[in-house]
Design a protein around this ligand. Structure first.
Ligand code: NAD
Ligand code: TYD
Length: 337
């Protein structure tokens, strides 16, 4: 079995590569990534020592490079994690989001058709469903919830999903889609809520909480996400969409306080800043389809996962301290002043 993992040098893609290498001792994995600001080859350090993994640098929007890759490698499975993934960046500049997230998906699927892959899996997001009100805890996103996007990021991911469904219907493309909630865990780029707050707390810098910090996200430990995606690819129905998440809803402000407490830092570091434009209030997944049909449930409780994550950032300071120099310094100044 030969699997292509795009976006393999990013947060979830890299965790997925490690998951496959440790779970399937006979399978070969090719990682493809253009190494944007969010991609980091150091993250794949241990994987590159493994003869069953190879990294190829390239852009999913580059039709010639993608064709050459598929012609040379003859994949059975393609999993597309590659994307521009940060909502705030999409609000400042949508163009690259549309190119990578929509046209990149089309380029990959065209190659997947030409070279007859047996499964194309699109990693999507619960953000395609828009948001839920804060005062209706009974409402959850199901696979039937209408697409209703808020940010250029979520609009680009939703467009890609529609294209995948169109390729399935029109060409019989053997595709599946997963829509997961917010991931957290090792190797997440420190522009996202949890690693950003850990890094700032460790540096005794202000922790910038948008609005009043009351927005709710449904947190998924990255390893649980990897297990779910793999299950969908191996056992899921072709043409199907699966939501991945699991009743781990938390208010942003409560997470920030948990991080400060675990690190022994004062709450006076919390700084309320201008809210994100179009800020989604609440995300919450109903995982009953994947749990009843494929037997998946998240194993990691938030209270355990957050401690594992904070400890990982404490133990791997070099990894993220190198990242928050360079381009990130300019982004941070522009974003937070
Ligand atoms: P990430 O930003 O950490 O990593 C994205 C990777 O894609 C990077 O390594 C980057 O270099 C690569 N990439 C970007 N543009 C590329 C291009 N044109 N060609 C090739 N590679 C390119 O993102 P992530 O958090 O690992 O997210 C992975 C996927 O999961 C994305 O599709 C994202 O939309 C989705 N998702 C993420 C979350 C989350 O909480 N992180 C939640 C729901 C869905
Ligand atoms: P983020 O990690 O960017 O993920 P997403 O926007 O995909 O949910 O943000 C998670 C939540 O944290 C979201 O409600 C925005 C909020 N947030 C802050 O309050 N401050 C910050 O500096 C960041 C990056 C996010």
């Amino acid at each position: 079995m030969r699997t292509l993992v795009t976006g393999c040098a990013g947060f979830i893609g890299a965790n997925y590569v490690y998951y496959l290498l440790s779970t399937y001792p006979d399978e070969e994995i090719i990682g493809f990534d253009s190494l944007t600001y969010a991609g980091n080859l150091e993250t794949l350090g241990n994987a590159t020592q493994n003869p069953r993994f190879r990294f190829i640098k390239g852009d999913i929007t580059d039709g010639d490079a993608v064709d050459a890759l598929f012609a040379a490698e003859r994949f059975d499975i393609v999993i597309n994690f590659a994307a521009e993934s940060h909502v705030d960046r999409s609000i400042s500049d949508a163009g690259v989001f549309l190119r990578t997230n929509i046209l990149g998906t089309q380029t990959l699927m065209d190659a997947a058709r030409r070279y007859k892959v047996t499964r194309y899996h699109q990693v999507s997001t619960d953000e395609v469903y828009g948001d839920l009100p804060l005062n209706r805890p009974d409402l959850l996103f199901t696979e039937e919830t209408p697409i209703h996007t808020s940010s250029p990021y979520s609009a680009s991911k939703a467009s890609a999903d529609l294209l995948v469904q169109a390729y399935h219907r029109t060409y019989g493309m053997p595709a599946t889609i997963s829509r997961c909630s917010n991931n957290y865990g090792p190797y997440q780029f420190p522009e996202k809520l949890i690693p950003l707050m850990i890094a700032n707390a460790l540096a005794d810098k202000p922790l910038p909480v948008y609005g009043e910090g009351l927005n709710v996200r449904d947190w998924l430990y990255v390893e649980d996400h990897c297990v779910a995606v793999d299950l969908i690819i191996r056992k899921g129905g072709i043409g199907e969409v699966y939501n991945i998440g699991g009743h781990n809803e938390m208010k942003n402000i409560d997470i920030v306080k948990m991080i400060l407490k675990h690190l022994g830092k004062p709450e006076s570091l919390i700084t309320y800043v201008t809210d994100r434009k179009g800020h989604d209030l609440r995300y919450a997944i109903d995982p009953s389809k994947i749990s009843s049909q494929l037997g998946w449930l998240p194993r990691t409780k938030f209270s355990d996962g957050i401690v594992k994550t904070i400890d990982w950032y404490l133990d791997n300071r070099q990894w993220w301290e190198r990242i928050i120099s360079g381009e990130y310094v300019e982004y941070y100044k522009k974003m937070y002043g």
